[in-house]
Design a protein around this ligand. Structure first.
Ligand code: CIR
Length: 338
């Protein structure tokens, strides 16, 4: 492939850092499972509004293509060149953020995990996808708190739509994931494990092999995080995850490496919605990120913001929860003052 031509309007980090010299050095390399730079950047080439524009096809991608991935990782995660993953994940005991339930609608913490030695979703074979589903559904069989695994294989589009409305499935990935190859064969070998109370879930074969999620309609971020920690303790004794001492947990999207954790709240901010510069200032001060009501690349509806941590690397899971708590406390103080 000739030097890739990114769209003139693209501000993606891949476009910024991929020089012709670097391209020449990397273009003919293949990971142990055959993943190439050409495959990694397809999403960035096809989607000019990509922020980073590159996906990893397996764990080896991070070391083999480190010359291009490291600068992108430094820039996205705002870490020094000497960055390293911070592994501590201790349960927390922080006070609920909004006990009167005036602002916070729900709290959610998720981590991404991929199984060791198996290609990541943009490069996985259908045979390996079946194997991932088999290993995960077996690992959750004796999960504390009961629950059950719902496989999507064989569900008709109308049944999928019905379950989606009831939030019992996840949809096919967006156009960024689609261009990366993540949506191939959807919904085969995908599925969700849910606890009986629906507060703990595992998405199987979505953007990563596992998305482990704890959520509830409350403002008690510590309780949500601690439930996630217990679920991870169970999985850690049954599954081996793709992990690197420096990069932490390895994920499809380099924005997720490190703790691979996103912790956030859905919060209604009617006053701050009209004062976006103050909200932006507070969000930046606490290393947080605003997403739309429906998540990544959606718009804010009825003043409901999704506010979560931006940094996942070089900061521990416990610190992420503490930063989120401090940031949301500051945002609530500002909202009440206005
Ligand atoms: C982009 O480059 O904008 C997309 N590939 C998505 C980046 C954010 N990562 C994510 O949602 N996992």
């Amino acid at each position: 492939m000739a030097f890739p031509k990114f769209h003139s309007s693209s501000c993606a980090l891949i476009k910024k850092y991929l020089t012709p010299g670097l391209y020449e050095q990397l273009a003919f390399l293949k990971t142990g499972t055959g993943f190439t730079l050409e495959a990694a950047i397809q999403s960035g080439l096809k989607n000019p509004d990509s922020h980073i524009g590159i996906y990893a096809g397996d764990a080896h991608t991070y070391s083999l293509f480190s010359a291009i991935l490291d600068p992108i990782i430094h820039a996205y995660h705002s870490v020094e060149e000497t960055f390293t993953h911070r592994p501590d994940i201790d349960q927390t005991n922080l006070s609920p953020l909004d006990p009167d339930k005036r602002f916070i609608l729900s709290s959610r913490v998720r981590v991404a995990r991929n199984l060791k030695e198996i290609s990541f979703p943009c490069h996985i074979t259908s045979q390996d996808r079946i194997q991932v589903e088999h290993l995960v559904s077996k690992a959750v069989q004796d999960m504390p708190g009961e629950g059950h695994y719902l496989p999507f294989t064989g569900l008709s589009p109308s049944r999928m739509q019905d379950l989606l409305c009831r939030k019992q499935t996840f949809p096919m990935g967006d156009r960024f994931q689609d261009a990366a190859g993540i949506n191939r064969d959807f919904p085969d070998s995908r599925g969700i494990f849910s606890s009986l109370d629906k507060k703990f879930m595992i998405w199987v074969n979505e953007e990563d092999h596992l998305r482990v999620i704890s959520m509830e309609s409350s403002c008690d971020i510590s309780r949500v995080f601690n439930r996630l920690c217990l679920g991870l303790d169970h999985l850690n004794t049954r599954l081996e995850f793709a992990f690197d001492k420096k990069y932490g947990f390895l994920t499809s999207c380099p924005t997720n490496i490190g703790t691979a954790m996103r912790a956030g709240v859905h919060i209604r901010l009617k006053k701050l919605e009209k004062n976006p510069s103050l909200l932006k200032h507070l969000v930046n001060q606490y290393h947080l990120q605003i997403r739309g009501t429906g998540g990544e690349k959606t718009s804010v509806e009825k003043g409901v913001f999704d506010i979560s941590n931006k940094q996942r690397l070089g900061v521990s899971a416990t610190q992420i929860i503490e930063n989120l708590h401090a940031g949301i406390t500051a945002i609530l103080t500002a909202e009440k003052k206005l």
